[in-house]
Design a protein around this ligand. Structure first.
Ligand SMILES: *Cc1c(COP(=O)(O)O)cnc(C)c1O
Length: 414
């Protein structure tokens, strides 16, 4: 069972004030999640979550996370700009294939640069100069598995550098006068297990010991990055962050402490885990259609939530207006002229009527942010359900003039 963070009554009030579709975020849930994460790693002095901005790039959301002692992880100049203007001082720049001017900007605002490639060392030196602190991104190659479960194939991933390159890179950077060093890896995405971080931490901690032996460098921080997932499926169990923190602590004590590396700070760059469950895509049913299948046509479409169309991802749906309806099997579809514009296919829902409000779950991360404007369908509003129970619009819906704003040779007001 998946229970929405908002009651039917509260939601219908909000939907009466703001036209659907919109993304709705739960401030209370976001704050509680940040606190639970910080608590889980409170054993580590200097622990910091750098929220992955790309997951939910809304200033109000970022501000909430800032108040909860989080920093930000950026991959582009626009993300850096937004974070800087919001007053963030803890900024990680985990980019790849990075333009020179973005490195310069990252240096200017004091972001920690996390280099994706060995080749980036010379590029950074030549184009922006080397900062005092640098992190390197590791890719071990091969297969990343937890026991017999294959999680991902780092060998096929464009990110990070080999171990040989990493060692060589640390040596060169040290010789060039860099003072503080970090190590980063992201080896699997959306892991729904409490073993991903501990296993990754084990690999990185052992590597940190090797780095010390081979280069004399004692790392300042190890960045476990993102990758902790959420239980999109109703029968999946959510990750237990307290347990994850405890397990990483055990590995820390077993590997780093005996090597005299107990000062190493742990960083994370979680996006999905922090925000996904605290967002709902709220949409209204506009049509029913019956051919070879039963269709429910809603006013949201893949432009508001791309994951089902792009990855075939499951997102749970709740019929808020008619929760006790007779179950039926339907396809829930948007209005794009593309057949993959389906939020669900062959899904059992309580009888859905035109006018019903549906919520699509777990859309708080990689939801709005992956949006686009195909078919001239515009991006929706974002609404914050505040701790005080009031709803506040934190981004308005796009209007036709936004869609036309970048065009030359066309004046839609004529
Ligand atoms: C996407 C990304 C993240 C966040 O990943 P989640 O799966 O949302 O936790 C963190 N770090 C980097 C470098 C990323 O590219």
């Amino acid at each position: 069972m998946k229970i929405p963070f908002i009651s039917q009554e509260e939601l219908s009030k909000i939907a009466a004030e703001f036209p659907t579709p919109f993304h709705l975020y739960d401030e209370k849930g976001i704050r509680e999640k940040a606190r639970a994460l910080n608590q889980a790693f409170s054993w580590n002095k200097g622990f910091k979550e750098y929220f992955a901005v790309k997951a939910t790039p809304n200033p109000t959301i970022l501000k909430i996370l800032q108040e909860e002692n989080c920093g930000v992880d950026c991959a582009t100049e626009v993300e850096l700009l937004m974070s800087h203007k919001l007053g963030f001082t803890d900024i990680m720049f985990s980019s790849n294939n990075t333009p020179a001017e973005e490195y310069r900007y990252a240096r200017q605002i004091g972001a920690i640069i996390n280099l994706d490639a060995y080749e980036d060392i010379a590029f950074l030196k030549e184009n922006a100069g080397l900062p005092e602190t640098i992190s390197l991104r590791y890719n071990p190659g091969g297969i990343f598995a937890l026991g017999t479960d294959i999680m991902d194939h780092p060998e096929e991933s464009k990110f990070g550098m080999t171990k040989t390159q990493l060692m060589q890179g640390f040596k060169e950077l040290k010789a060039a006068g860099v003072k503080e060093f970090g190590l980063h890896a992201l080896l699997a995405s959306n892991t729904v297990t409490n073993d991903y971080y501990p296993t990754l931490a084990g690999e990185l901690f052992e590597l940190a010991v090797e780095v010390k032996e081979e280069t004399g460098i004692e790392l300042s921080f190890i960045n476990l990055s993102g990758g902790i997932g959420v239980n999109y499926l109703p029968d999946q169990e959510a990750n237990d962050i307290a347990l994850i923190g405890q397990k990483v602590h055990q590995v820390f004590d077993a590997v780093l402490q005996p090597a005299g590396l107990g000062q190493i700070k742990i960083f994370t760059e979680l996006g999905r885990f922090m925000l996904a469950p605290h967002g709902l895509l709220v949409t209204r049913v506009h049509h029913r259609k019956k051919t070879y299948r039963d269709y429910v046509g809603v006013d949201a479409s893949a432009v508001n939530l791309l994951r089902p169309a792009m990855y075939g991802s499951y997102h749970h749906i709740t019929n808020m207006t008619n929760p006790q309806g007779e179950p039926e099997i339907v396809d829930v579809v948007g209005s794009l002229c593309e057949n993959n514009d389906k939020f669900a296919a062959g899904r059992e829902l309580p009888h859905v009527r035109v006018g019903d409000l549906l919520v699509i779950h777990d859309t708080g991360a990689h939801g709005f942010s992956m949006g686009y404007q195909y078919n001239g369908r515009l991006r929706s509003a974002e609404i914050l359900y505040q701790t005080n129970g009031q709803a506040k619009m934190i981004r308005r819906a796009e209007k036709p003039e936004d869609y036309f704003a970048t065009l030359y040779g066309f004046n839609f007001e004529k």
